[in-house]
Design a protein around this ligand. Structure first.
Ligand code: ADP
Length: 419
């Protein structure tokens, strides 16, 4: 392939090459990221008779986006971002009198209006009580043995050499700490589920790098047992699963509130008895009928909007959306309402958190890593997200009781009203 000179004339020639199939989209490495993106867009515009004007309008650092986040970079997908709050949070990583506003990126009309209604109910109730466990990030390589005898020898070796394994994995990052290694085996397969705390990072890359080092430098050479895949699906990343539900992954979040009859009536146009019945027939029985792993109304909506706005790994909504909503009667007219999310991978550094719009959203949230306290920022993030999910869940459940759901979507989702 000819070396490419970085001139506009040459961009036209490159577009012709790409259209004719003489060159591929990734064969533009000698160009700046911005020029390469222009060539890709112009090629597609020509091939597909499409206008890529908006995909090509961006303010982010193209060089970083193209080298760290997105191969064959050609531009951006814009998602509208709105703001909700303030949410009063009684947690351990926010101040009680802080006004917390939450940026959310979504294309679902009515979502942010609904969450905002939930925030109002939380304010009336004096705040959401939120607690978070830092369970840790997991990665589980799968090994092949000759059968149960070798499996026993292998897992014993791992237990007896945990200190050496720890030294290797923790040597890959000063933010990484090995919490435990949980073996699981059957047939001739052995899974070692490593759990790490990873400071403010979500930690999937860090855990993968650490496991790779331990497997190839220590476990395989010392035991002679072959690792078939660094991820054996017992991790479990980006898929709902019983093990993540039970043992947790990333952050495990609990958020709750007690609402009196007045707040239910005035903020949510609802009542204790109707909330209890919708909870029973929808979140409980309906989820059983469907064989669902999420006994909730819509955690995924809030997670997706928060994940996009703050630069999280969007595919982890697949596991994050598992969880249980509880509603109980409190007194004659009140309710206790809670959400539980056992598997919430998130981070305040790394991944998409460095992108320009995501950085700005994190600033609004006051989520900035503290050099003297790694992990604090991601715990704060989990607390805020827990309270936001609580607000969203509360409001949607109430919308079912008052028959507001379809009306709100018609008004707000179909452009008949602008808030
Ligand atoms: P992840 O491991 O979350 O998938 P990255 O591959 O971007 O994402 O890794 C996170 C990076 O951030 C690591 O290189 C780590 O050393 C760095 N880092 C900087 N500050 C922190 C912090 N406070 N906590 C954890 N990691 C941090």
């Amino acid at each position: 392939m000819d070396p490419i000179k970085d001139t506009t004339d040459n961009l036209d020639a490159l577009v012709e090459d790409l259209v004719a199939g003489r060159r591929r989209f990734h064969e533009l490495k000698a160009l700046s990221a911005e020029d390469a993106a222009t060539v890709r867009r112009r090629t597609l515009a020509k091939m597909k008779d499409a206008s890529l004007e908006h995909i090509g309008s961006f303010s982010l650092d193209a060089e970083r986006a193209a080298t760290r986040h997105c191969e064959n970079f050609m531009g951006v997908a814009q998602i509208p971002m709105g703001i909700t709050g303030p949410i009063p949070i009684l947690g351990e990583h926010v101040d009680e009198d802080e006004d917390i506003y939450v940026p959310l990126a979504t294309t679902e009309g009515a979502l942010i209006a609904s969450i905002s209604r939930g925030c109002r109910a939380l304010r009336e109730a004096g705040g959401a009580v939120v607690r978070v466990d830092d369970v840790g990030m997991t990665r589980a390589p799968v090994f092949r043995t000759g059968g149960v005898e070798e499996t026993r020898r292998f897992t014993r070796w791992v237990t007896e050499h945990e200190a050496e394994i720890r030294a290797v994995v923790e040597g890959t990052s000063r933010f990484l700490k090995l919490e435990n290694i949980r073996p699981q085996s059957f047939g001739s397969s052995v899974y070692l589920r490593f759990t790490f705390s990873s400071g403010d990072a979500m930690g999937m890359n860090m855990a993968t790098i650490a496991c790779d080092r331990a497997v190839h430098e220590l476990i395989e050479p010392e035991t002679g047992v072959t690792c078939v895949a660094l991820s054996g699906n017992f991790c479990v990343d980006k898929k709902p699963s019983a093990i993540n539900f039970l043992e947790g992954r990333g952050k495990r979040v609990f958020a709750e509130v007690v609402l009196d009859g007045n707040t239910l009536r005035q903020c949510l146009k609802s009542s204790a008895s109707s909330m209890l019945e919708v909870q029973y027939r929808k979140n409980m029985l309906g989820s059983i009928a469907a064989g669902a792993m999420g006994f909730n109304a819509h955690y995924a909506n809030v997670l997706a909007a928060f994940f996009i706005a703050t630069g999280q790994d969007l595919a982890q909504v697949a596991e994050g959306a598992m969880g249980v909503t509880c509603v109980e009667a409190r007194g004659p007219e009140g309710i206790f309402f809670s959400v539980f999310m056992p598997d919430l991978p998130l981070g305040a550094v790394g991944g998409g958190t460095v992108l320009e719009t995501q950085r700005e959203a994190l600033e609004v949230l006051g989520i900035t890593p503290r050099a003297d306290n790694p992990g604090w920022a991601s715990m704060r993030m989990a607390e805020i997200l827990g309270a936001t999910v609580l607000a969203g869940e509360l409001s949607l459940m109430a919308a079912f009781t008052s028959g507001d759901l379809a009306r709100a979507h018609e008004r707000l989702g179909r452009g008949k009203e602008r808030l």
